[in-house]
Write a protein that binds this ligand. Structure first.
Ligand code: AMP
Length: 280
C-alpha cells in the first residue's frame, strides 16, 4: 500500500493510473477503523481495480469541539488493517492539504436535509461533510465511492452533493449495509470511547430499532417511538430523536404504507451514537 500525504502527489499518481484505464474506488474515513470500514474496502476491491482509502478527521464537520478533540485515533493499527484488507493507496492528509490557505468554503444547497434529524442536532455538520467530500472527491476523482448505510442521512447528503457538482456527477455511489457486533450494536469508531458498562447499555439502540421493525406493521408509529424512548432511557441514554421516516425523503411517516427507515441518535456519558434500520 502506498501512503500519500500530499494531494498533488496523489492526484498525479491517480491520473497516471487512469491513463492505464484502471477504475478507481474510494473509501473515505476518519480512521479508528473497524470491520464496517474494512467491508467498504472489500466492496471497492470487488468493483474496481484500484482502491483508495483516506483517513482524515475533518474539523469542519464537528459542531462540538470536545467530540473533535476526543475522536479516537489509531493510525498504526489502521495502516496494518488497510494493508491486510488489500487497500492499494492510503491518503493521509494534514489539514492544510484539504483546506489550503485562502480556502473559502462554498455553500451547498442541501434543502431540508440540512435541518432535519442530524442537521437539527448538529448545526453546520452537513456543510462540513460536503466541504471535505467535495475536496476529497476532486483530489481522488474516483469512478466509484463506497459509504455505509450506518450514516443514512449522510448518504443522502452525498447523493445530493454528487448531483449538485457537475464534476462529480459521474461518480457511482455504493451504499453498503451496516456492520454490527454479535450483540447487534452497530460498529462505530466512537464505541471505543464507551466504558464497558456503557458499551453494554448501547445494545438498547439496536434493540429498539429491531423492536420497531418487528412491530411496524401492527403498532402505531407514535407508540413505537414512545416505547423506543423508554427503552433507551431505561438503558441510561439521553435521546435526541427516534424517527420513523420515508426512506427516500426522510420525512416522518404516519403509518406503514411506504418504504420506511427508523433512525435513532442518543447519548450515553458524553458519547453520542447513531444507528438506523430499514423497516422493509
Ligand atoms: P467514519 O470513519 O465514521 O466517518 O466512516 C467512514 C465510512 O464508514 C462512512 O461511509 C460510514 O458510513 C462507514 N461506516 C461507519 N460505520 C459503519 C458500519 N458499522 N458498517 C458499515 N459502514 C460503516
Amino acid at each position: 500500500m502506498i501512503i500519500f500525504k500530499s494531494a498533488k502527489e496523489l492526484s498525479f499518481y491517480l491520473q497516471n493510473a487512469k491513463t492505464h484505464s484502471l477504475t478507481i474506488g474510494f473509501v473515505p474515513t476518519m480512521g479508528a477503523l473497524h470491520e464496517g470500514h474494512l467491508s467498504l474496502i472489500r466492496q471497492s476491491k470487488k468493483h474496481t481495480q484500484l482502491t483508495v482509502g483516506s483517513i482524515f478527521i475533518n474539523p469542519t464537520q464537528f459542531n462540538n469541539q470536545d467530540d473533535f478533540k476526543k475522536y479516537p485515533v489509531a493510525i498504526e493499527k489502521d495502516i496494518e488493517q488497510l494493508i491486510e484488507s488489500g487497500c492499494d493507496v492510503l491518503f493521509l492528509p494534514p489539514v492544510q492539504e484539504i483546506y489550503p490557505e485562502g480556502y473559502g468554503p462554498p455553500y451547498y444547497e442541501l434543502g431540508d436535509l440540512e435541518t432535519i434529524l442530524e442537521g437539527a442536532y448538529r448545526p453546520g455538520h452537513f456543510q462540513g461533510v460536503c466541504q471535505v467530500m467535495d475536496r476529497l472527491l476532486q483530489i481522488v476523482t474516483p469512478d466509484h465511492l463506497f459509504m455505509g448505510q450506518k450514516d443514512f442521512q449522510q448518504c443522502m447528503v452525498i447523493t445530493k452533493l454528487l448531483s449538485l457538482q457537475a464534476q462529480l456527477n459521474t461518480i457511482q455511489l455504493h451504499i453498503e449495509p451496516t456492520r454490527r457486533e454479535a450483540d447487534g450494536v452497530a460498529m462505530s469508531s466512537r464505541n471505543l470511547r464507551l466504558t464497558p458498562c456503557q458499551r453494554n447499555a448501547a445494545i438498547a439502540i439496536s434493540k429498539s430499532l429491531f423492536f420497531i421493525k418487528e412491530n411496524f406493521k401492527t403498532m402505531p408509529v407514535d407508540v413505537l417511538k414512545k416505547e423506543a424512548f423508554i427503552q433507551l432511557k431505561n438503558a441510561g441514554f439521553v435521546t435526541d430523536y427516534v424517527a420513523i421516516c420515508n426512506m427516500q425523503t426522510l420525512m416522518p411517516v404516519a403509518n406503514a404504507d411506504q418504504p420506511a427507515v427508523a433512525l435513532i441518535a442518543a447519548t450515553i456519558g458524553n458519547v453520542r451514537l447513531i444507528d438506523n434500520l430499514l423497516l422493509d
